[in-house]
Design a protein around this ligand. Sequence first.
Ligand SMILES: Cc1cc2nc3c(=O)[nH]c(=O)nc-3n(C[C@H](O)[C@H](O)[C@H](O)COP(=O)(O)OP(=O)(O)OC[C@H]3O[C@@H](n4cnc5c(N)ncnc54)[C@H](O)[C@@H]3O)c2cc1C
Length: 195
Amino acid sequence: MPTCFVYGTDYYRGQPADVNLMHGYLLWTDRPGDFVKKPVRECTGNEILTEIFYHFGLDEDQIKETLKQTYVSVAAMPYITSQFMPRHIADRPQVIPDGCVNLAFIGQYVETPADVSFTVESSVRTAMMAVWGLTGLQKPQVPMYEPIYDVRVIAKSLQMAVGSDTLSLDVRDRVGSATGGATAKLVNAALKRTP
Ligand SMILES: Cc1cc2nc3c(=O)[nH]c(=O)nc-3n(C[C@H](O)[C@H](O)[C@H](O)COP(=O)(O)OP(=O)(O)OC[C@H]3O[C@@H](n4cnc5c(N)ncnc54)[C@H](O)[C@@H]3O)c2cc1C
């Protein structure tokens, strides 16, 4: 299951103008890919990129041509990636488990509704929830930043994904079909929440 971030050009100081940069994470490294029929942990960097490019809709010739001009560096980072592994809601404890009066969990491996893992903010939030919850401090919680429901953020992401300055419903449908309808669902949810 890949997640990619396209930083593009001009990300690093001194990065040549014709060099693009992409960074990605892969989960479920023990499952064979849809196109490269090997588990990702047995793949070379080029094989991983080939799998990702097929998902992006590139054909074999385009992939071959792109790989000729691409350098892929791979790293296995199980401690970081463990935080992102898909899980069931009961796999990680709540900050203050039901019934606890003197025990709380903080950090990256607790379940906090709507928050994301692997950020300093989420660790700080869990500590606030723990201390304020156990001591009874009545302080307002810092509101959760929920960009996935912000239609402006979604619109900007869609614009970048399709490389266009304008957006139409057609674009939403095209990106939605490439992401199994997940994007269309988010856009619809955001539109419903927009005044
Ligand atoms: C390369 C990298 C880049 C990152 N970039 C970002 C970013 O840009 N933005 C962002 O928000 N987040 C980023 N993060 C994530 C963020 O740094 C962490 O989510 C956050 O620091 C976790 O804070 P924490 O206090 O929960 O845990 P930690 O900072 O991991 O603190 C846990 C502490 O417990 C100590 N400890 C562990 N076991 C024991 C023990 N048995 N006894 C005593 N002490 C123990 C450890 O030594 C450590 O000091 C990044 C992380 C990494 C690795």
